[in-house]
Design a protein around this ligand. Structure first.
Ligand code: NAP
Length: 484
């Protein structure tokens, strides 16, 4: 039994011990949470940022389009946070496989879930399974060089993902693509599909991705919006960019720009919608330049069926309208668009992580102001931020204020005694070492970074992404530059 002096010693040790916080996910939401935690001065913290991939930055590396250089440069800010003395990056550690959520919670004082939205929404229409029909998320992962879709040759292909070889085959034979959805990801996809290889070589795409893209022959991209031009989720800068690509005409039917009263009200209230309308009006008024490639917007249009024997040949589309209850419904008038590729870009969706509360309906971790709700009450040591908290919305910067809200709740809970430091510094490292799990830290990332820059220089580029796990691990070795 503890004596009272032992009790006092233990408790004063605990008072002076740092609060150990593990963040699952080294994407923007997780790193912004680390930043908010490391910037506050109320309590002493040790922060472990864990990611299953060998490299940090999540969607900034594997989601932001490679031709969006300024957004990708947010990486530099995120990197500075991971370099702070109170923060450590634990790359190549998979929660679930290397240690369970329960074990992680036992090793630290609090956990912040920041593992994003790991899958895509589906259209639920016939033919969606055909070869040539796939999710924007897969194409994005492919062109960003995510090792999940660029398996090492000895790795068995995963049934969860379309693999690089399949994307290569699909993309190089396609001439006409249909992109379903009118959000920023749809714009990224349309841009990457329509741009010529010369317009993509200044990116950091992996050589094999560029090689596939150089054999691409896409001449027409059709973008389908199930509602009108007032209801798109585009940001105007990104929308405008489509009209600035050489040798591409952007086509909008002026009839689609006649606004009904509800669209009119949206444009009155929403500045982005109003600015986007100006862009569409400009395009609708432009005469065709005779460019060799086209992007055509189809509003009030949704796909009803993907047609083909074994692979995509066409998409059946129908006109839509909004009914009195506010739902998108068919308005009759079916048509067919010839297509070799169909990319659904209708949003992402969170996936459950074993041991973490999950709301199947919303695809999110249930919470209030970032405090996780477990079994109907607040779980004192669990917090959540980013897409797995609020859903797949907002730009990268949105994650910053989101993380601040979560960290504010966490710090308040330290002050009100709901969370205590238990003197757990080093416990996670000991557990991982016992398991034979060797996390890749920031020194390993710097070696990978240097290897990618060097490889880029060999090809006359600023950087070339290493797309395979084994390449990343080889480059991470202290003496590793085993790259061809
Ligand atoms: P999003 O903005 O939510 O757009 C999804 C689109 O899919 C919407 O147009 C939606 O239309 C449509 N949709 C949903 N279900 C549909 C269905 N069954 N049939 C037809 N259309 C359907 O999602 P996202 O484009 O995947 O982007 C995710 C987030 O990342 C967004 O916040 C986005 O701004 C951000 N992002 C930003 C950038 C950037 O800043 N450059 C780049 C990429 C992504 P309804 O409105 O009718 O539902």
């Amino acid at each position: 039994m503890e004596t009272s002096s032992e009790r006092m010693e233990t408790s004063s040790e605990r008072m002076s011990a740092p609060l150990v916080v593990a963040i699952i996910g080294a994407g923007p939401s997780g790193i912004y949470a680390a930043e908010a935690l490391s910037q506050q001065t109320d309590i002493d913290v040790e922060i472990a940022v864990i990611d299953r991939l060998p490299v940090p930055f999540g969607l900034v590396r594997y989601g932001v389009a490679p031709d969006h250089h300024s957004i990708r440069s947010i990486r530099n800010t995120l990197e500075r946070t991971l370099e702070k003395s109170s923060v450590r990056f634990y790359g190549d550690v998979t929660i679930g496989a290397d240690l369970t959520i329960a074990e992680l919670r036992e090793s630290v004082d609090a956990v912040i879930y920041a593992y994003g939205a790991g899958t895509d929404r589906r259209l639920e229409i016939p033919g969606e399974h055909l070869q040539g029909s796939f999710a924007a998320a897969e194409l994005v992962a492919w062109y960003c060089g995510n090792p999940d879709v660029h398996p090492d040759t000895e790795q068995p292909p995963s049934s969860d993902h379309l693999m690089a070889a399949e994307v290569d085959e699909l993309i190089t034979r396609a001439r006409r693509a249909v992109v379903v959805g009118v959000g920023n990801v749809a714009l990224d996809i349309a841009r990457i599909l329509i741009k010529s290889i010369d317009q993509l070589t200044d990116t950091d795409m992996a050589e094999e991705v560029l090689e596939s893209l150089s054999r691409k022959n896409v001449t027409d991209v059709h973008v389908l919006g199930r509602r009108g031009p007032a209801y798109t989720s585009f940001t105007t800068k990104e929308l405008r960019e489509l009209g600035e690509i050489d040798d591409v005409d952007v086509i909008v039917d002026p009839a689609d720009l006649q606004l009904d009263p509800s669209s009119e009200a949206v444009v009155q209230q929403n500045k982005i919608a109003a600015r986007n309308m100006v862009v569409f009006q400009d395009w609708a008024a432009r005469p065709l330049s005779g460019a060799s490639k086209r992007i055509r917007f189809h509003f009030w249009t949704r796909p009803t069926m993907i047609i083909g024997d074994d692979r995509v040949a066409a998409v059946e589309i129908e006109r839509t309208m909004i009914d009195s209850a506010g739902y998108v419904v068919g308005a009759g008038g079916r048509n067919t668009l010839a297509a070799d590729l169909v990319v659904r870009s209708v949003g992402y969706r969170g996936l459950p992580l074993i041991g973490v509360p999950f709301d199947e309906k919303t695809g999110r971790v249930p919470h209030a102001e970032g405090r996780v709700i477990r079994d109907g009450g607040f779980s004192p040591d669990e917090f959540v931020t980013g897409w797995i908290k609020r859903g797949p919305t907002g730009v990268i910067g949105t994650n910053k204020s989101d993380a601040v809200e979560t960290v504010t709740s966490l710090i308040a809970d330290v002050h009100n005694g709901a969370i205590q430091a238990h003197g757990r510094s080093g416990k996670l490292d000991r557990l991982l070492a016992e398991r034979g799990v060797h996390p890749l830290g920031m020194p390993a990332w710097h070696r990978i970074d240097a290897a990618e820059i060097e490889l880029g220089a060999r090809h006359g580029r600023l950087r070339t992404t290493l797309a395979h796990r084994k390449e990343l691990l080889a480059a991470a070795e202290p003496d590793g530059d085993n790259l061809e």
